[in-house]
Design a protein around this ligand. Structure first.
Ligand code: SF4
Length: 373
């Protein structure tokens, strides 16, 4: 039985949200987004991101430089995080700690690697500790649901097959879970990824909160490998990282040319690509169904949005090409200026003319984005 009643939590978030103007003044009492680290320590998110960011973060801190706040956080996400924290504080009182610092020293190849994880929500009970990582995303797809998404969806533990939640977020919670297990060896550990998102189901779109219980931690060896990679691979971990980087935006880094993803992160993209391609296939099938229905319903043509749609007559012509060619020649014109080689006939031409075809054609390379039919 989970310790957190997520249904009750969402009701409390909604209640506080309804009183938003009244609670806005309370938000600054919550910890500042500027996170504190021990000397030489790195955060869990930093371990999963471009290590250059962590270096710049340190340098700026030493120089006492602060980036403008708007470049560091998305307003909606910030508000949502604060609402959940206020709701947890209201429901669990002193058992709840926001931005709990999880400090852990890991020996990697004879050197200590200091990790300072900042867990969004931490709750401590007599027999267990609970960690909740909060995220806010613009869009996710539900591969099962057809109707409007409910306010809350609790997924089976570790199961991201139905709703594709970011692999990095999942990995982040797995690391936090490992840290909690190390720091609270005598207590049971429960960890959750809680994501507020716009969820697209087969026919509807709606805001929802998705909760994924994470019951598997990273292994100590996996964590060590991440630390090794962090020390040696000083480049972005995802293709989009430079594009969204606040340090690039503010001129502290010019970005990395070759933005290759680390192996640990490729699964994320391949899952999302699979999910989007399946979704596209479904939408195409749905579009075909809609078009078939419209063809049956409209027997003539109708005006819609100022445009004629339906069965509309269109004139087309077929030409007697040899005669047309002669006509053009008689007028001193070149037939080649008016004709095109038919795509369907290219193979036949290649077979007919052999290598000679290369004397009348020029090769051009063009990149196209191809999607399945
Ligand atoms: S711009 Fe790219 S390389 Fe530079 S810190 Fe940001 S993510 Fe890293």
């Amino acid at each position: 039985m989970d310790s957190i009643d997520f249904k009750k939590l969402i009701s409390e978030v909604n209640r506080i949200g309804r009183e938003l103007p009244a609670v806005l003044h309370q938000l600054p009492v919550l910890p500042e987004r500027e996170l504190e680290y021990r000397e030489g320590a790195y955060g869990v998110t930093e371990l999963l991101s471009c290590p250059v960011k962590a270096e710049i973060r340190r340098e700026l801190k030493e120089a006492g430089v602060e980036l403008p706040v708007e470049s560091q956080e998305i307003e909606d996400g910030f508000l949502y995080e604060n609402l959940v924290k206020l709701a947890l504080a209201s429901l669990y009182g002193e058992k709840f700690t926001p931005e709990k610092l999880l400090s852990y020293d890991l020996e990697v190849d004879g050197e200590v690697f200091k990790i300072d994880g900042h867990l969004d929500c931490f709750l401590e009970f007599d027999d267990k500790v609970v960690g909740i990582e909060l995220k806010h995303t613009n869009l996710n797809f539900d591969n099962e649901l057809t109707d409007k998404p409910p306010q809350l969806i609790v997924l089976p533990p570790n199961d991201r097959s139905r709703i594709n939640l970011n692999y990095r977020y999942y990995k982040q919670v797995q690391i936090q879970r490992h840290l909690l297990e190390k720091l609270y060896p005598h207590k049971k550990v429960e960890t959750y990824l809680m994501v507020k998102t716009q969820l697209r189901t087969k026919y509807k779109l709606g805001k929802t909160t998705v909760v994924l219980p994470v019951t598997e931690s990273v292994t100590e060896e996996e964590l060590k490998n991440l630390c090794r990679l962090f020390r040696t691979e000083k480049k972005p971990r995802a293709r989009w990282e430079c594009k969204l980087c606040a340090y690039r935006e503010h001129g502290y880094c010019s970005g990395h040319e070759e933005t290759v993803e680390a192996e640990e992160l490729t699964e994320d993209r391949s899952e999302l690509v699979t999910s989007l391609l399946s979704r596209r296939k479904e939408l195409l099938a749905e579009l075909k169904m809609i078009e078939d229905q419209l063809k049956k319903l409209i027997s003539g043509s109708v005006t819609w949005n100022g445009q004629q749609v339906g069965w509309i007559e269109k004139v087309s012509y077929t030409y007697d090409l040899p005669k047309l060619s002669k006509l053009l020649k008689a007028k001193g014109l070149k037939a080649a200026d008016y004709f095109q080689v038919k795509t369907a006939k290219i193979k036949e031409l290649e077979e007919l003319l052999g290598d000679e075809i290369e004397t009348v054609r020029e090769k051009k390379l063009k990149k196209r984005f191809v999607l399945p039919r």
